[in-house]
Design a protein around this ligand. Sequence first.
Ligand code: NAG
Ligand code: NAG
Ligand code: NAG
Ligand code: NAG
Ligand code: NAG
Ligand code: NAG
Length: 579
Amino acid sequence: MAGLSLALVLLLDFSLLSRAQSGPPLQVSASNRVYGPDGPWQAVTVQLGTPAQQLDLYPGGVFQSRILTNQLCQETSESPCGSGGLFDTENSKTIDDTSIRFGRGDSGTSTLWTYGAMLLSYSNSSIIRDDLQLSGQNVANFSMAIYPNINIVYPDGNYPLQLGELSLGPVVNQSFPSGANVPVINASLIPGYLAAQNAIPSSSFGLHVGIVAEEFKLNLSLWLGGYDASRIVGPVSSQATKGDAASDFVIDLLDIGIGVDHGGSPFSYSSREGLLSSENSSISSDGIPVTMNPSSPYLYLPNSTCAAIVKDLPVTYNAGKALYFWNIEDPQYTRIVTSPTYLSFIFRGPTGNLTINAPFQLFNLTLEAPLVSNPTPYFPCQPPQAQGGSYSLGRAFLQAAFIGVSWAGQGVSEWYLAQAPGPNTDSTPQSIPMTMTSPIGLSNNWADTWRGYWTPLPNSTVSAIPGSTSSPRSSPSTLPTQKSNSLPGGTIAGIAIGAVCAVLVAIGVAVLVLRRRRGGNPRAVQPHTGGNNDTKVEQYPLAQYWKTGEETVGQPRTEDPILELPADEYRGNNQTQLS
Ligand SMILES: *[C@@H]1O[C@H](CO)[C@@H](O)[C@H](O)[C@H]1NC(C)=O
Ligand SMILES: *[C@@H]1O[C@H](CO)[C@@H](O)[C@H](O)[C@H]1NC(C)=O
Ligand SMILES: *[C@@H]1O[C@H](CO)[C@@H](O)[C@H](O)[C@H]1NC(C)=O
Ligand SMILES: *[C@@H]1O[C@H](CO)[C@@H](O)[C@H](O)[C@H]1NC(C)=O
Ligand SMILES: *[C@@H]1O[C@H](CO)[C@@H](O)[C@H](O)[C@H]1NC(C)=O
Ligand SMILES: *[C@@H]1O[C@H](CO)[C@@H](O)[C@H](O)[C@H]1NC(C)=O
């Protein structure tokens, strides 16, 4: 025992030494407000310019961030417009809006940062630099494109954007030519810059966009240089980034199914598979590549896939918005969106398949003004709206998923995908520095993270699915439909983490001791400790380490309540009629 304690002390000292050079992971403040017009969605809060102007932005995308300026709403009669705050470029002493000539005055119709999910129409954009503050850290020469005029194009018309986008990588400097025969000019990207300043442990981030429905909440979690382990449930899939700049989070989606965790099924079958390729022979069993797309709202899938998913849902297709509206009068609506019924998304990880379940609660979203005049519950599936757009999964899906990345600095990086928990989760962050190895979660019991938020349906005599491929119903204590063949990312992580794990356990134990003294006692984490009756334990050997203690490295989260104000109360618009 004495020997073990000594070893722990030595490991702890070693870890403190190796850490001393950089700050802890940095939590980016989640917004106090939630946003529509197709949410509710939460965002992050940052300060831009000098004196600081506060803006809420959706985290996501790479290279220059996208900032809406205060000219945005002058030429639209649509309201709300720019409800996340608009940047007044005239009132920042530190702005540099002259050095970068690249892309100056750009106009057009483009997919911009959305991977083709959304079609955006804009004019007179330019790329500028200014100081950015987030959670008390300054990013000098922050790279951003400003948009004085930008609209999102739906089949039935153009609507103003509400929020810009805070990009999260992939390198330290974005370099632009400043003009002919003039040297390059550098603008900073957030995690790379903060890591280069040793303000955070590494150029990396971990993100769960959170869940902010009326009935249940789990705040957005964005950490730079680390991640919140409580936002990961079960195995983590680790894979290489793709795309021209090796910065896209692309993974093969093999199938989509419907399942019921426990109780009766609202459908005439207990589970269903094969929805991805249903009625579409050009989608093979290899699936389709999809990109994680946190700055766009919906599921952007083949139209045939959307049609297959909604086949047994009480919805009506709305061609003007290219979305499905829930028929709320239909008794099936409530049964589906309150029971333990979920969509399962099956991905091909490098060492096995990863299943992420998204309960239908997450797809009871609401369209609001300016998209529709009365709040309208809708189901968020549509094909990419831009010609040649990629299939992608936006915030609607990412309510159920954790994503993260360790940026390599150059070339291909590793990015991470895992199941995120439901609202029955302690909101105290358990932050861990991101190293070059796969992150590790706290829990393996997904159904438990939804306990108390589901209304199971009475068991009926519904039997297996006539004429459809079927799988056994999942048990409430396991990660449903999780293939047991391997732990995605785990094998790689297992080797690389071996040494690190001992250190982390040591920290965990030390922190646990400190926590006990302070009387800290996270609610949702506790039931899993020492869970030897958890039949899935062998499957996730690495996650076991986290059952021995909790990490609390990092900065405290903001505990502000999320206010739901009508979006247009935030900032009065000087509106003039569009000609
Ligand atoms: C910002 O950019 C200017 C001009 O390129 C440079 O002189 C300055 O050092 C940069 N600031 C930081 C903190 O990198
Ligand atoms: C700009 O950034 C690149 C890449 O980080 C770096 O190699 C170069 O030295 C920087 N240029 C200036 C003028 O600082
Ligand atoms: C990034 O560019 C700045 C100048 O804007 C320079 O001082 C810094 O060294 C560059 N960082 C790297 C890692 O190249
Ligand atoms: C069928 O899938 C292909 C390949 O993804 C896609 O291009 C096509 O639009 C889909 N067809 C329908 C009707 O959605
Ligand atoms: C997509 O599917 C809906 C029915 O689910 C259909 O009404 C619509 O025309 C289809 N859109 C495209 C672009 O094929
Ligand atoms: C669906 O969402 C709306 C808006 O948040 C909410 O008022 C309603 O209660 C939800 N419906 C169900 C059945 O949970």
